[in-house]
Design a protein. Structure first.
Length: 626
């Protein structure tokens, strides 16, 4: 159930109710309750003014009547006691509400991030889904549409409902009171007179919130424009100027002008000013309707009092009750309208949260082999194409990963090397064919147990702004000895000795001002140490050293190959010299395996793709060329 038009609520009444109820259930499942404390606060807020109105009326009646001192003192003392009790209860529930609400903002963000982390990887890569993810983040943090708006409206609706329930009896009783027959205002007893004033009350009660809802809808329509503006400002003001490399480019190429021109593409003033002008007309009209109706109702009560229907104190009681009833009902209807407008964006949030996981989650356990010698993976007629693409990225791949072997997968950029590795690690599932582990379809294995047998260093690997030790162990707690051993193996020992807090040194300055900035080469070593620490039977290097020159990359691969002795290792590169030491070399071209064999065998095929690539790259490693 997705809106067809961003500016219109396409849902039926039943769907709108279902969306709101589902949103409330989500919020109530947060670590700290949200709905219960807000309901209690709303109830107390609704009771307090009615209590004051009631005691004020009683005191005024006594002052205008018997003026009994003991009764006046009792009323005042009792009013003070009740108010103190209400304020004490209000303070307690408000504090509880604030405590619970302090978790709300980031807890709601966890809804979105947890979904992003749990969805199929291929969906995480989908640009459309990522765009929707960024949009709902902007709704939450920018215009507060979605869960935040729903909480705000819910709180006010409950307060309004309590006001209506408490004041309804008093307000209705007013219209049953008759003017004394001796009064010249007996026409107030006519049914038509009562009907006119009830109609005025009802009209203002329903018309004012309808007008306000129209005004609120204008701001709801601007949410997408505001989200886009936030992305522009974030991109230019934050992303364009953070990091040393970006700052250097800005100065060298005088990009300040480019940034300023980019910022003028979107103006908050241009978007919001017309909306404020337009919405203020609705708000002014709604206020005019409310105040006009209240004035006429004041007149109705005043005429009854003048005719002798009730005393001075009752004027306060009835006027207060009518205003509480009218305001309460208007508040309820106005915020139901707000929920109606907000459901456009709440629906988008649930569309994102409801994206299904299509990858089959198996139940078979992957038995851990400490010697790493009994894992054999085979591709059987495997083909793959990306969603919404008609072109196969890989076609009819038949390949076997033999335990303990060194395999290289080479080919030009775009030949399908990384796609093959993602299939191997089950980040993707094949479009056609199957992949087996020891003869069993990998879909039948527990997803996370299967992924645990791989240690991969991708070309675009990422490190977190946490401590060095946590980055390598990918855990809060870790084995210091194992971490230091992994760092020593990749040649990071001397750099570690320079770090002020050792393994507890934070990388980068995102979380800690004392964090250490590391070079690209140092980051590569840390990523490799992370792969070694995991100690998985399959080790894969997917061009993480592409920034190095060909000879340096080849040396790095050979050194890493010695480190992972005994494991099944796969090396990905478009540079052929890096993988000459491997037992088997797979040549990929346009998604197909065109050749397979050792370096010595492949180089002899003068008409093969491997020989063609080797000759094209020979200038970079002619000292080692065959």
């Amino acid at each position: 159930m997705s809106p067809k038009n961003d500016n219109m609520n396409p849902y039926t009444f039943k769907q709108n109710v279902a969306l709101t109820i589902r949103g409330l259930k989500y919020l109530e499942n947060l670590p700290k309750p949200i709905i219960i404390p807000k309901t209690l606060v709303a109830i107390v807020n609704a009771i307090a003014p009615i209590v004051n109105i009631y005691f004020s009326a009683m005191i005024l009646d006594e002052l205008a009547g018997g003026r009994t001192q003991s009764r006046l003192v009792s009323l005042v003392v009792f009013a003070i006691g009740v108010n103190l009790t209400i304020m004490l209860v209000k303070s307690m529930v408000t504090r509880w509400d604030m405590y619970c609400s302090s978790y709300r903002f980031h807890s709601v963000l966890n809804f979105f991030s947890d979904k992003a982390m749990s969805m199929d990887f291929i969906d995480m890569e989908d640009p459309k889904i990522r765009q929707e993810y960024y949009k709902i983040l902007q709704y939450h943090t920018g215009t507060a549409h979605g869960f935040s708006s729903m909480i705000f409206a819910y709180n006010i609706i409950i307060t309004g409902l309590m006001q209506v329930m408490i004041s309804a009896g008093i307000a209705i009783y007013l219209f049953t009171i008759r003017v004394p027959e001796s009064s010249h205002l007996q026409w107030l007893n006519l049914p038509i007179s009562r009907f006119v004033f009830i109609f005025i009350l009802a009209s203002s009660t329903f018309l004012a919130p309808y007008i306000s809802t129209r005004g609120g809808n204008i701001f709801a329509k601007a949410a997408d424009a505001n989200a886009r503006g936030n992305r522009i400002y974030t991109s230019y003001v934050t992303n364009m100027i953070e990091g040393e490399s970006k700052v250097k480019d800005i100065h060298i190429y005088n990009q300040e002008c480019l940034i300023n021109e980019g910022l003028t593409e979107y103006s908050y003033f241009d978007v919001w000013q017309p909306l404020f002008n337009y919405a203020s007309k609705y708000n002014a009209l709604g206020s005019m309707v409310t105040h006009l109706a209240n004035g006429l109702l004041y007149l109705f009560v005043a005429l009854h009092a003048y005719a002798g229907s009730f005393g001075v104190g009752s004027i306060v009681l009835y006027v207060g009750a009518i205003i509480q009833f009218s305001n309460g009902m208007s508040t309820v209807l106005r915020n139901i309208g707000w929920l109606y407008n907000n459901n456009i964006y709440l629906g988008k949030i649930f569309d994102y949260l409801d994206i299904p996981n299509k990858m089959h989650q198996g139940l078979l356990s992957v038995e851990r082999d400490k010697d790493c010698k009994n894992y054999e993976i085979a591709f059987c007629n495997v083909s793959f194409k990306y969603p919404n693409s008609k072109i196969y990225a890989l076609k009819n791949i038949n390949l076997k990963f033999t335990p303990g072997y060194r395999m290289a997968i080479v080919g030009q950029n775009g030949s399908g090397k990384t796609t093959l590795i993602k299939l191997l690690c089950r980040l993707y599932d094949p479009t056609d064919g199957i992949i087996t582990l020891n003869g069993v379809d990998i879909k039948k294995y527990d997803y996370y147990e299967y992924m645990a047998i791989f240690s991969v260093v991708f070309q675009d690997f990422g490190l977190l702004p946490l401590t060095l030790g946590q980055n390598i162990a990918t855990a809060i707690s870790y084995d210091d000895t194992r971490v230091m051993h992994a760092l020593d193996l990749v040649g990071f020992k001397s750099r570690l000795e320079e770090m002020p807090e050792g393994l507890e040194t934070y990388l980068y300055k995102s979380f800690e001002e004392e964090g250490v900035e590391i070079s690209g080469g140092e980051a590569q070593k840390i990523a490799m140490a992370r792969a070694l620490y995991k100690n998985s039977p399959f080790v894969i290097l997917d061009e993480p050293t592409a920034a190095l020159d060909p000879l340096a990359e080849a040396d790095m691969y050979v050194r890493f190959n010695e480190i992972v002795e005994g494991k099944t290792a796969t090396y990905i590169s478009h540079r052929l010299s890096s993988c000459r030491f491997c037992d088997d070399i797979i040549v990929l071209h346009e998604g197909c395996i065109t050749q397979q064999g050792s370096h010595d065998d492949l180089i002899q095929d003068l008409n093969g793709k491997y020989h063609e690539l080797w000759q094209a790259q020979a200038q970079y490693y002619n000292k080692k060329a065959v």
